[in-house]
Design a binder for this molecule. Sequence first.
Ligand code: ATP
Length: 501
Amino acid sequence: MLSKELGLGVLLALVIFLAYRGYDVTPLLVMAIFGGALYYVAESRGLFKGIEPLDMKNGGQETTFDDIGGQGAAIKELQEALDFIKEREKIQKLGIRPLKGILLTGPPGTGKTLMARAAASYTDAAFLAVSGSEFIEMYAGIGAQRVRKLFRSAREKARRLGKSHAIIFIDEIDVLGGRRGQYSGHMEYDQTLNQLLVEMDGIRADDEIRLLVIGATNRIDMLDPALLRPGRFDRVVRVDLPDREGRLQILKIHTRNKPLADDVNLEDVARETFGFSGAQLESVTNEAAIYAFREGAEAIGARHFKEAIEKVIMGERLDRRPAEEELERIAIHETGHALVSELLRPGSVTALTITPRGSALGYMRQAPADDPYLYTREYIENQIAIMVAGAVAEEVILGGRSTGAANDFNQAVVAARKLIFSGLSSLGVVDEESLPDGPLHREISRIIKTQEERVVYFITEYREKIIQVSEKLLEKERLSGDDFRQLVFADGRDHLQWACM
Ligand code: ATP
C-alpha cells in the first residue's frame, strides 16, 4: 500500500517538474490515466488477489474431534489416515508413500469443514481453508496462479508458526476439480485443476514442511478421475447424515452452553429430527434459544424446541391468514393425514397445525418409529396412503379436492417410483433406463389409486372424528400428537385392528 502511494507521489512530482521545465506533459498524463484505469479494473476484478485463507480458529476456539457429533466412523477413518502424518519418521523408514490428499464426501452441513479443522488440531498443523469457487476466474492463468500461491502460503504459514505440517482445506473441490474438458472453450478450469495436480505430485515425504490437502464435496461423481488416482486423494471418507444416536450427540454438543428447562428431553428432539444434518440441528438449538429469549424465559423449554424444529423444516411463520373457509379445508386436510398416519403407524403423529409457514398452509408432522436403513413395500405403501389422505379427506367430507394436495401427490409419485425401481411393484424387476413412459405412468397411477381406495374406507369410518378434530384445530391452530390421539382414541383403539388389516 505504502509503495503504491510512494509511486504515485514520485509520478506527480515528475509531472510537475517536467511541466515547470516547459516540457509537454500531455502524453504522460494520458498514459498515466490509461494505466490507472487498467489497474483499477484489474484490481476490482480481483486479478491481483491471492487466496486469503480462513484461519483455523473457529470463533477464537480450536476445533477438536470432541466438537463433532455422530460421525464416529468417519472420524476414526480420518484419524487413522492422519496418524500417517504424525508418525513421519516411521513412515519414511518403511518407505511408505506420503499421504497427500483426503477427500471428505457427503451431504451439506454434515461437518466436513469441522472435520478438516479438527484434523489440523489433531496433527498440530498450520491450517488454511479455501473454497473451490475462489479459484475460478474468467481470465486464463489466474486460477493456476492462485493454486501455486495457496501451496506457497501454506508452507510459509507453517514455517512462521514453527510447525512441521500444514493442512490445506479446499471446500467445494468439485468446482475446481470437475472433469476436465467439460467446459467447452474454457481452458481456465482445466489449467487450474492441472496446477492442483502438479502441486500435489510435488509433495515429498522428506519435505521440510509436509503438506496434506483435504478436499470436501457433495458431488464426488463430478470429480475428474485424475484427482482420485492413488497418490492424490488417496482416502475417501464418507461423512453422512447422522442417525438418531448421532443427532443426540450433536444436540448435546450444541446445548452445552445453553440452559435447558426440566421438560426438555434431547432424546425426543433427536427422534423428531429424522433426516436433519448437523448444521440443521445446530440451527434448531439456536432457534430454540431465540424463542426462549423472545418470551423472556430463563431456560429453553420443550415448546421452544418444537417451534424451532418446525421453523427449520418449514420456514418462519407467515403473518398472512387464509380465509375462514380455506382454513376449514386445511384443517380437514391435515386431520386426514394425521388420522391415517396414526391408524397405520400408531404413535407416529407428533403435531398438526394450520399455521402457514414457508410455502405450506398447514402440515402434519410424523416421527419415524426408528431410523430405517431399508424400506419394505408395506412401509412405502402406507406412506403413500398417508400422503393422499389429505386430498381424500377433502373429497369425502367437503365433496371435492383442491390444489392444496399438489405437493402430496408429487411426493406420492416419488414414493411410487421408488417401489417400481426397487422391483417391488407388479411390474417386477424393471430397468429404469428402458422402461417406457406408458407402462411406468400406468403403474404409478395404479399404486396411488389402490392407496386412495384404502384411505376412502378409513376416512369414511372416521368421518365424525375428523370433523371434531378439525374444529378443535381451528380453535387452537396447533395440536400435539398426544392431544390428537386423546381426541380420536379417547374411547380406546378398538377400531385399529380392522384399520391395520
Ligand atoms: P458444506 O458441505 O455445506 O460445506 P459441511 O459438511 O462442511 O457443509 P460444516 O461447515 O462443517 O458442514 O458444518 C456447519 C455447522 O454445522 C458447523 O459449524 C456446526 O455448527 C454444525 N455441524 C455440522 N455437522 C456437525 C456435527 N457432526 N457435529 C456438530 N456440529 C455440526
